[in-house]
Design a protein around this ligand. Structure first.
Ligand SMILES: Nc1ncnc2c1ncn2[C@@H]1O[C@H](COP(=O)(O)OP(=O)(O)O)[C@@H](O)[C@H]1O
Ligand SMILES: [Mg+2]
Length: 260
């Protein structure tokens, strides 16, 4: 599923005034691509993902899904905090899509089992979300997104709230899963290394109102593991992205500094 976004803007009404969150975003995500978006806080990354996922609408501009099978893309979103239903156990959190499609419980159960196995969480099927660590919850959220069998998965800083080691492990897990049944993935992250480790290409966004400043290819060999981080190509790519991002982060910090 290819995604073509052209000159997309988003404005939020704030009392008398309007806040321009996206200032004309144009980009194209290729079929089965792992596409990264990186940009300073407040530049509109979450807003853009919400629009792609159909949770919000653009003010102007166009968003088109181009695919072979379906005319309507199915997009699943993974949020920063897993957003699991606390009253349901893990196994019942995964097959929501199957429930919406009114498939029989036996089908939902089979789907849940299959995708919990994929994220190596099958042993925790009867646990409640509060019994899981942050990393485990995110794995369940990823299983839920996959179980929905979407054409596209969008992820909004899925590992941001996790500790450094758990992040590394989940990055590898996500790579393994993506290599298995390549879907089109859009990943928003603050972390440059994370973007380089996972993505085929990375869009760097400008400070608010966000536009795409540039799209950089990641020339690091696949399959990638934690060891890829010591590859000279990896370091070169991190440098290049930081060079593009630095001014935007500076601009954001200058604007958010409290006045004396
Ligand atoms: N529902 C909303 N109503 C009003 N303003 C919003 C809403 N969502 C986001 N914004 C504003 O839009 C801008 C971009 O926000 P967001 O997309 O969350 O940025 P990012 O994810 O890049 O940090 C921010 O200034 C934010 O306050
Ligand atoms: Mg955000």
């Amino acid at each position: 599923m290819r995604i073509v976004i052209h000159n997309l803007t988003k404005e939020f009404e704030k009392g008398e005034s309007t806040l321009r969150a996206l200032g004309g975003v144009s980009l194209e995500v290729r079929d089965r691509e792992f596409f990264g978006i990186i940009g300073p806080t407040g530049c509109g990354k979450t807003t853009l993902l919400h629009i792609i996922a159909g949770l919000d609408s653009a003010t102007t501009g166009s968003l088109e899904f181009v695919g072979e099978k379906r005319t309507q893309a199915m997009v699943s979103m993974v949020f920063q905090d897993s957003a699991l239903m606390p009253w349901r156990n893990v196994e019942d959190n995964v097959p929501l899509g199957s429930e919406f499609r009114k498939e029989p419980p036996s089908v939902s159960k089979r789907i849940a089992g299959f995708f919990l196995e994929v994220v190596r969480m099958l042993d925790f099927g009867s646990a409640k979300p509060h019994e899981l660590s942050g990393g485990m919850k995110q794995k369940v959220a990823i299983a839920r997104a996959l179980a929905n069998d979407p054409e596209v998965i969008v992820m909004d800083e899925p590992f941001a709230s996790l500790d450094a080691q758990t992040r590394l492990i989940l990055r590898e897990e996500l790579l393994r899963i993506w290599e298995r049944d390549k879907k089109t993935v859009i990943l928003v992250t603050h972390n440059i290394e994370e973007a380089v480790m996972l993505c085929d290409r990375i869009a760097v966004m400008s400070a608010s109102p966000g536009v795409v400043k540039c799209v950089l290819p990641v020339d690091v060999r696949r399959p990638r593991t934690i060891r890829s981080m010591s590859d000279p190509d990896f370091a070169r790519c991190v440098d290049k992205i930081w060079e593009m991002l630095r001014d935007e982060v500076d601009r954001t910090m200058r604007h958010s500094r409290p006045s004396q």
